[in-house]
Design a protein around this ligand. Structure first.
Ligand code: HEM
Ligand code: SF4
Length: 566
C-alpha cells in the first residue's frame, strides 16, 4: 500500500501497541474508572473482549453524575464450536461468579459472557486457562473463531473436516505473547524476535477476518457470509478437498451507499491439506497487503475483492502459493437448519440438539436449561457442540447412556421446550443488541421472542405453521445475526423500527432484498400478514417463502419500471 494513504486511527493504535500490549496493565490498575483507556479498548478486542456499558442505565447514571456502568464482554476461541464436559462446567461456574450468569451461544459457534467488571477479567481468563480455554483473537482485526458445520451425525467425514477448523485457527493465531503476559502473568519476553509475526506483522488485518467451513448438503455455517468459506467436496465417501468462496461479509452502514452486504464468490478448488492451508494463508496476506487501511467501513476483503477484481485477487494468491486453483467441483446445499432432537451417527453414537432461543443459556420457569446442561456435563458422558444457529448439540452419547441423559433433559423441561417451539422460532436468530452492544439502534434478542409470538398466529391463520421460514433480526445494519441471508430479515434503524428484507433463499446462497424501511411492529405484522396470504394463494408447488418473495419482488420491480417508463 502506498505510504501516502492516511491511515485510520485504529491502524496507528495497532502499530503502536507493542504487539497488542498497549497500556492494558495500567488501564487495569486504574481504580478511578471501570473503563480502560481509549486506545486499549481497541487493543483488548484482539484478546477477545469488548468494553461495553449498560445502555439501559446511561440516563439514570448521567443524572446522578456517575460514570457509565462499564462492563466487558468476553468471547472464547472454540474452533468448530466444540467443548468438553469439563470445559462446560468451568464456563458455567465462571459465568455465575464473574458475569451476568447468562452463557450466550453466538452465531459463530462460540460462547460469550457479558457484564464482567474490570477486576473480574483476569480471574475469568485465568479460570478459562485452567480449563484449556482461551479468548485469543476472537474479536479485533484478525482471523476470528473458525466455524465448521456442527452436525456430527450429518457426515461420516465430519471429524476429518472438523480437524481443519483447529488447524486453520492455529495457523492464523497471532505470535505475540501479550495475552499470556497481561492476563496470565507469564514472564515478559526479553527477546522480542520470538514473537515476530510474518503474517500479521505490526498492523494485523485491515479489518475482522472470518472463516467458515461447510459440509454439504448442510450450510448451517452460512459459509458464503465469511471472508473465506471452505466447502468440503466429498466424492465416494472421501474428502477430496475444498471449494473456496471468498469475499463474503454482511455489514453495511445505513446511509453509506459505498457499503453493501456480499456473499462469497467461488474461486476454485484445492485438494491436499498442505495446499488448502497455504491457500487460506495467502488469501489473508493478499487482504493484509491490499485491504483498505484508511476507511474502516470499506476495509473488509469483499471491498478489496471488488476493487481488484476476482481474477486479479485469485492470481495474486496463486502467485504467492505457487499453485493454481482448480475449477470448483459440483456441490449441493439443501438445508441450513439444525436437526433438533435425538439422532444417531454412523458410529452408533447419539446426539441431542437442543433449541436455545437466541443462544441464551439460562434457567427459566419452564425450562432449566443451564442446570440441565450442568447435570449432563457432570456425567462426563457427552461432548457439546455449538451451532451457528445458536443452539447446542449434546453429542457422542453411547447407547447405554442415552436413557440417563434423556431423563435429565426431561426432568429440566428441555425436551418439552425443544419439541414445543414453533418451526419459525426454531429457524430464527437474533443478535445481542441492547442493552450491551454500543452499536445497537434497536432491540435484538430481547424483542425477537415477543415478535415471534405475534408472527406465529399469522402463520397459523394462513396454514403455514409447518413451513421452514428462516427469520433473523439485528439491532443495526452490521448484521451479526446474518439477517441479509434470511428469508425474512429485520434490521434495526431506530428504537422500535426495522427495515424489512425479504427473499433470501433456503440455503444461504442468495441475499434478500430490502422491501420496506423503518417499519414499526404493527406495520411489520400487517406486511407479513399480506405476504403470507399471497404466498398461500400464489406459491408454485412447494416453493419456499424466500423463493416466492424473491420472485414476487422482482415482478413488482418490473411493474414499477414499466409504469415509470410509460
Ligand atoms: C461492522 C460490522 C460489525 C461490527 C462493528 C460488529 C460489532 C459487534 C459487537 C460490538 C458485538 C457485541 C455485542 C454484544 O455482545 O453486546 C458483536 C457481536 C457479534 N457479532 Fe458482530 N459486528 C459486525 C458485523 C458482524 C457480522 C457481519 C457477523 C456475522 C455474520 C458478526 C458476528 C457477530 C457475532 C457472532 C456476535 C456475538 C453475538 C451474537 O451471536 O449475536 N458481526 N458484533
Ligand atoms: S448487529 Fe449491530 S446491534 Fe446487533 S450485535 Fe451486531 S453490532 Fe450490535
Amino acid at each position: 500500500m502506498s505510504e501516502k494513504i492516511k491511515l485510520s486511527a485504529i491502524e496507528k493504535v495497532k502499530i503502536e501497541s507493542d504487539a497488542l500490549r498497549g497500556t492494558i496493565r495500567q488501564s487495569l490498575q486504574d481504580e478511578i474508572t471501570g473503563a480502560i483507556r481509549e486506545d486499549d479498548q481497541a487493543v483488548i478486542k484482539f484478546h477477545g473482549m469488548y468494553q461495553q456499558d449498560d445502555r439501559d442505565r446511561r440516563e439514570e447514571r448521567a443524572v446522578k453524575k456517575l460514570d457509565r456502568l462499564y462492563t466487558f464482554m468476553i468471547r472464547l476461541r472454540l474452533p468448530g464450536g466444540l467443548i468438553t464436559p469439563d470445559q462446560w462446567i468451568a464456563a458455567h461456574h465462571v459465568a455465575g461468579e464473574n458475569s451476568t450468569g447468562v452463557i450466550k451461544i453466538t452465531t459463530r459457534q462460540t460462547i460469550q459472557l457479558h457484564g464482567l467488571i474490570k477486576a473480574k477479567i483476569k480471574p475469568t481468563i485465568k479460570a478459562f486457562n485452567e480449563a484449556h480455554l482461551d479468548s485469543i483473537a476472537t474479536c479485533g482485526d484478525i482471523n476470528r473463531n473458525v466455524s465448521c458445520s456442527s452436525n456430527p451425525a450429518e457426515s461420516p467425514l465430519h471429524d476429518k473436516v472438523f480437524a481443519y477448523a483447529n488447524k486453520i485457527s492455529m495457523l492464523l493465531m497471532p505470535k505475540t505473547k501479550a495475552y499470556y503476559e497481561i492476563w496470565l502473568d507469564e514472564e515478559q519476553l526479553v527477546d522480542k524476535k520470538a514473537e515476530e509475526d510474518p503474517l500479521y506483522k505490526d498492523r494485523y488485518m485491515p479489518r475482522k477476518f472470518k472463516i467458515g467451513i461447510a459440509i454439504p448438503p448442510n450450510n448451517d455455517v452460512d459459509v458464503f457470509t465469511n471472508d473465506i468459506g471452505l466447502i468440503a467436496v466429498i466424492e465416494n465417501n472421501e474428502l477430496k478437498g475444498f471449494n473456496f468462496a471468498i469475499g463474503g461479509g454482511l455489514s453495511t452502514t445505513h446511509g453509506n451507499a459505498d457499503t453493501y452486504a456480499r456473499l462469497g464468490t467461488v474461486i476454485g478448488f484445492v485438494d491436499t491439506e498442505e495446499k488448502v492451508l497455504k491457500a487460506v494463508y495467502e488469501i489473508l496476506t493478499v487482504q493484509r497487503d491490499f485491504g483498505n487501511r484508511s476507511d474502516r467501513k470499506l476495509a473488509r476483503l469483499k471491498y478489496t475483492l471488488d476493487r481488484l477484481g476476482v481474477d486479479q485477487y485469485r492470481k495474486e494468491v496463486e502467485k504467492r502459493t505457487g499453485f493454481e486453483f482448480e475449477p470448483a467441483r459440483p456441490v449441493k446445499f439443501i438445508t441450513r437448519g439444525d436437526l433438533y432432537g435425538w439422532r444417531i451417527n454412523d458410529r452408533g453414537r447419539w446426539q441431542y440438539t437442543v433449541f436455545v432461543e437466541n443462544g441464551r443459556v439460562v434457567d427459566d420457569e419452564k425450562c432449566a436449561l443451564k442446570t440441565a446442561l450442568l447435570e449432563i456435563a457432570k456425567t462426563k458422558r457427552t461432548n457439546f457442540h455449538f451451532t451457528s444457529n445458536q443452539n447446542i448439540i449434546i453429542s457422542d452419547v453411547a447407547e447405554k447412556d442415552k436413557v440417563a441423559i434423556n431423563k435429565i433433559l426431561i426432568r429440566f423441561g428441555v425436551i418439552e421446550h425443544t419439541d414445543g417451539a414453533s418451526v419459525i422460532r426454531k429457524n430464527s436468530i437474533a443478535c445481542v443488541a441492547l442493552p450491551t452492544c454500543p452499536l445497537a439502534l434497536a432491540e435484538g434478542q430481547r424483542y425477537m421472542p415477543a415478535l415471534l409470538s405475534k408472527v406465529e398466529p399469522l402463520l397459523q391463520k394462513h396454514g403455514l405453521e409447518n413451513e421452514h421460514i428462516v427469520m433473523r433480526m439485528t439491532g443495526c445494519p452490521n448484521g451479526c445475526a446474518r439477517p441479509y441471508a434470511a428469508e425474512i430479515g429485520l434490521v434495526g434503524t431506530a428504537p422500535g423500527k426495522y427495515n424489512l428484507h425479504l427473499g433470501g433463499d433456503h440455503t444461504g446462497e442468495r441475499l434478500n432484498k430490502l422491501y420496506k424501511e423503518n417499519l414499526e411492529e404493527s406495520q411489520i405484522l400487517s406486511e407479513l400478514d399480506e405476504w403470507f396470504a399471497s404466498f398461500t394463494k400464489e406459491r408454485n408447488g412447494d416453493e419456499s417463502f424466500g423463493e416466492y418473495s424473491w420472485k414476487k419482488q422482482i415482478a413488482l420491480e418490473g411493474l414499477k419500471f414499466i409504469k415509470n417508463n410509460i
